[in-house]
Design a binder for this molecule. Sequence first.
Ligand code: HEM
Length: 209
Amino acid sequence: MTTQNGIKRYSPSDRANHVLVAVLFILAAVSGLALFHPSMFFLTAVLGGGELSRVLHPFVGVASFVFFLGMFLRFWHHNLVDKNDQQWMCQMGDVLNGREEKLPEVGRYNAGQKMFFWLMAIALVVLLLTGITFWRPYFVDYFSLDVRRAAVLIHALAAWIIILGLIVHIYAAIWVKGSLGAMRTGYVSKAWARRHHPAWYREVTGGNK
Ligand code: HEM
């Protein structure tokens, strides 16, 4: 929808969902890192100390999963990968140097954003499934020691992947000027849409070049 404010990209509920996911996810990540290695134990301060961090981390993790599921249902159909995305990934030099006119036309999301979306979705499922196996005192007795040992390792690997993915996501949001505004106000300028997401721009403006 185009208005005086520009082009509508996110509804208020999309944005509220995203804020909840971001806050919960960062709390889960920080408390998880605190439990991961003694050098990061000081991060337990964020959730009120060691004991509280240990108790709250799994609940916060489940809450991030549940709210991400909300985002997943809203956005999955915008993140389906197509031929243009493969081409976009092959032209990483043009992407990083801002030569967007040389890239295949990008729709609502570019291939990097789509990869982040699916990476988050898969990694969050892995974190949930593995985390349950060693969640004391509720589920731990249902799983053998070997399963729990493997699960701890996979849980930590998935967490590292997701944290690195998030750092790239935040960096890209700041780097591409106007993107933060999309989440802050729900609107983007026509120039932003035309430059970064030309196929989406045409779709929402009814075919204007
Ligand atoms: C402080 C942290 C964060 C910031 C500053 C941030 C920023 C943004 C911005 C600006 C957009 C809009 C991009 C666009 O419309 O082109 C966006 C979209 C999105 N964000 Fe975040 N974000 C943060 C945390 C998260 C977290 C923790 C997750 C999930 C675990 C997440 C998942 C998404 C998804 C799925 C989209 C839509 C893109 C897509 O579907 O491919 N964000 N974010």
